[in-house]
Design a protein around this ligand. Sequence first.
Ligand code: HEC
Ligand code: HEC
Length: 124
Amino acid sequence: MLHDTNLGRMTGAPAWLRRHPFVLACLGIVVASASVWAVPAQVRIPIVKDHAKLDPPGAGMFSHWRHEQYQCVACHPTIFPRARKGFTHDDMDEGRFCGACHDGRTAPPASGARANCKTSCHTP
Ligand code: HEC
Ligand code: HEC
């Protein structure tokens, strides 16, 4: 039985809704699919550290459509939780965030002489 599901507790649904697990399940599906359709084409990575004078002034930009060859689970929630999170080039150089793939082997490097700051990530 679906009665008293974890879903109710997880979503913090009100008691009346918890007594109607079917309604709750439907709502869950609606919310889940809405978040799939709400994928923003481009996401701005928040700046967490002051950029030095010679660094590009703009925050990095991530493009979902440039990565459409991947399933969502390739990145969410392992490499990127579904909330915007800032990170630095040092993090990427340690193989985290974009650096999990942009290490110069799987994908073009995120740091170093071969990285292309302006045409790839630091677009205005
Ligand atoms: C190649 C990696 C990658 C793939 C694949 C990917 N995403 Fe993302 N997604 C990101 C990154 C990076 C961000 C920005 C996260 C951050 O700032 O920490 C993001 C952000 C998001 C956000 C939050 C946007 C906001 O406004 O904060 C949603 C929603 C999202 N992704 C949904 C999806 C869905 C659904 C799929 C599959 C269709 C998907 N993503 C596939 C990397 C990816
Ligand atoms: C799951 C692996 C993965 C992750 C994580 C990932 N990428 Fe990519 N990305 C790729 C691959 C693979 C390509 C295609 C490379 C090619 O075409 O040679 C690509 C292509 C790109 C491109 C276009 C090629 C270029 O260098 O101009 C940009 C820009 C880009 N990624 C930015 C990012 C940013 C910014 C992040 C982190 C917020 C990120 N990617 C995270 C795998 C990934």
